[in-house]
Design a protein around this ligand. Structure first.
Ligand code: FAQ
Length: 312
């Protein structure tokens, strides 16, 4: 057996024993690359994900809602930073990751390429988008790479608050006037299918799942998590008294799960390729924010240099 073969075996053995892999441990290059890809995409999603909701901070209906939305959007920035830091432990720097986002080389979640056209969208995003994110991320708290798993623990606590604030907005709208309830229904109609797409392609079309499961980066497949989300969310919609836009949605007693209609994969791939309703606008907004923040990075660097000279 060659040295590399024995290292690979030892690595897989550690994974199978459910040991955490830490940044300085030996790891296969493919494992490192796959984590950089996934954590990078995840970090970008948090940062781009600030935009659709940030759009409503100035238009929140009252001070309480504004304060909550503001802190939620700030939380997402924090999540992005924990995740960029976790990815940096794997040997990539943040500037490179950000360049890859801006050039279109790195992906971010398809969900953030849809427009937010009414206040009810703030409810639907918290309820469905953060709800889907939690289902995916609770599993990631046990991912095999230590820095990623630890970042996820804190992120999940905050996502749980985000999900509840969204559901509370939906509850209030559904208990309100018929116009308000119609707004909630319209938001559910627009956000339901894109939320299901967040879990990624179906297992048979997911190129990364098998290896990521073997390395315990992923603990569940895309379809397993999607099903969990549907099963959890249908009763919540019933409490709200609004209808999930899927005529095929039905409890299957034999499977003990809800059956649901086929996802429009054409739409999914088109959005992932950059042709969704807001892809261009999102990347332009991120580039502009990055350029306008240059003076902050310059000032922070100049300050750090000054301090290090003082210490020396
Ligand atoms: N959008 O082989 P798979 C949030 C790509 S955070 C765009 O199945 P994998 C919080 C995938 O990268 C939301 N691209 O890939 C929040 C791959 O491309 P590549 C983000 C997608 O990695 C709430 C290709 O398709 N969460 O919402 C999508 O095994 C509210 C083939 O797919 C995470 O990133 C998609 N939906 O599974 C913030 C969680 N799905 O790289 C603000 C961590 C797939 O080979 C407001 N990530 N692709 O060229 C994961 O769990 C996984 O990466 C999956 C995809 C499940 C997303």
């Amino acid at each position: 057996m060659t040295e590399i073969e024995s290292k690979l075996l030892e690595f897989q053995d550690r994974i199978d024993r459910d040991e955490r892999i830490e940044a300085k441990d030996w790891m296969p290059e493919e494992y490192r690359r796959s984590l950089i890809r996934q954590i990078g995409q995840h970090a970008h999603s948090e940062i781009v994900g600030m935009l659709p909701e940030g759009n409503w901070i100035t238009r929140a209906p009252n001070l309480r809602r504004k304060a909550i939305l503001l802190s939620k959007v700030q939380d997402e920035a924090g999540h992005g930073l924990y995740l960029y830091s976790a990815a940096e432990t794997l040997g990539i720097d943040r500037d490179t990751m950000i360049d890859e986002l801006h050039s279109g080389k790195a992906k971010y979640s398809s969900i953030f390429n849809y427009p937010t056209i009414s206040w009810a969208d703030m409810g639907a995003i918290g309820w469905l988008v953060d709800g889907a994110a939690i289902v995916n991320q609770v599993a990631l708290c046990r991912t095999s790479f230590g820095p990623y798993a630890r970042a996820m623990v804190r992120i999940c606590k905050e996502e749980s608050f985000h999900q509840r604030q969204g559901y509370e907005i939906m509850l209030d709208l559904c208990k309100g006037s018929s116009d308000q309830k119609a707004m909630a229904q319209d938001a559910l109609n627009r956000w339901w299918w894109p939320s299901l797409m967040m879990f990624g392609p179906s297992d048979k079309d997911s190129p990364n799942t098998a290896q990521s499961m073997a390395w315990r980066i992923k603990r569940f497949t895309n379809d397993e998590l999607r099903q969990k989300f549907v099963d959890m969310t249908v009763p919540q919609a019933e409490i709200l008294g609004i209808k999930i836009p899927d005529d095929k949605l039905k409890w299957n007693e034999e499977r003990r799960h809800y059956d649901f209609d086929e996802i429009n994969w054409e739409e999914f791939y088109s959005v992932v390729k950059g042709n969704g309703p807001c892809n261009r606008q999102r990347i332009e907004a991120r580039k502009k924010a990055h350029e306008q923040g240059q003076w902050v990075r310059d000032a922070a660097l100049a300050y750090a240099e000054k301090r290090s000279k003082k210490i020396a």
